[in-house]
Design a protein around this ligand. Sequence first.
Ligand SMILES: Nc1ncnc2c1ncn2[C@@H]1O[C@H](COP(=O)(O)OP(=O)(O)OP(=O)(O)O)[C@@H](O)[C@H]1O
Ligand SMILES: [Mg+2]
Length: 361
Amino acid sequence: MTNFFSRFSGRNSCLGVDIGTASIKLVELGSAGGKVELKNYGSLEVKGHLDRINDAIQTSSLEAMDKDTAELLKTLIESVKPGTRDTIASLPVFSAFTSLVELPDMQNSETAQAMEYQAKSLVPMPIEKVHLDWFRVGRGQDASGVKQQRVFLTAVPKRQVDKYKSIFSEAGLNLRALELETVASARVLTGGDGALTLIVDIGARSTAISIAQNGLLLHSAQADFAGSSLTQAISRGLGINIQRAEELKKQKGLLGKGGEYEVSTLMLPYLDVILSEAKRVKESYENAHSIKVGRAVLAGGGANLLGLEERASDALAIPAVKAEPFEGAVACPKMFSPVVKELGAPFAVALGLGIRDLNKQ
Ligand SMILES: Nc1ncnc2c1ncn2[C@@H]1O[C@H](COP(=O)(O)OP(=O)(O)OP(=O)(O)O)[C@@H](O)[C@H]1O
Ligand SMILES: [Mg+2]
């Protein structure tokens, strides 16, 4: 069993880099006296991503921006000027195969062997072409009292990992680890919290839906509707260009009145598809594990949509709140307080990556 990269310790600062389809986000985190603090952050929009919303063929935008990514990263580093080059970066949900496996409790070395064996039947790719990673998410007993463990398995094509390695080395960054975006958001949004949580990360091109608890990812899925679907609906409905529709969406959200009411009416059918997909994921997890999900946390840029919390609470039938990583896992210095409310949700993944090895010390 190979881990993507080994964990590194003894460092007191690290970069978390979230490569999304609409933007690249970077945070620099530092740790001192057991506390992790935001030192700096930055994000760059992927050029032309709004123009590509209307693409007939939804190419994986990751492919489209591949050659530009290293350049964007260099620009971001020049403007943020971080004090370290050590980086942990995100992999999109669609790039990996994941599964929650139940098996008898045993030592780590034996679990590693068992997971490799399990992976051969679970992963829909030749095992020699993927990087396997696993972590234990819980221990318990089966009906006959035999000790069991639940292990989360991730398999990522080696080709994908190699591509990222070369992009980051081209950008002059020291790539310490690659991690699934949902693993990172689970860590930062549910760390130290025993409540079973549904995380809905509404990005530009896709929505990552996951179930997490105590900082650990238990299940992750993806919906193809996201923020750009809402922008597109406004653009089509009002006959305005994508840029203007994007502005209107951010300005009015679901809270418009009178003439503005139309903006929310246009978005709601698409938003409801996202939320009903999230509800389906929640209910299928609840049914499979005979357990109830207690709350929802909304992340990604799309979580900044005005009025979303209320709509989501109704649709999901559980309290839904916007992600606030700066209220828990990461301290935010006063100089950033004017933007802290808007920063938490879109930067959740980057923050979760950044704290991965810092809070192990
Ligand atoms: N204030 C706001 N109100 C509504 N939507 C917003 C707001 N701010 C950002 N968004 C939307 O959030 C989306 C971008 O989110 P995010 O930055 O999380 O995407 P990404 O991570 O690049 O994309 P993906 O996760 O799909 O690869 C865009 O669709 C943008 O319009
Ligand atoms: Mg994203």
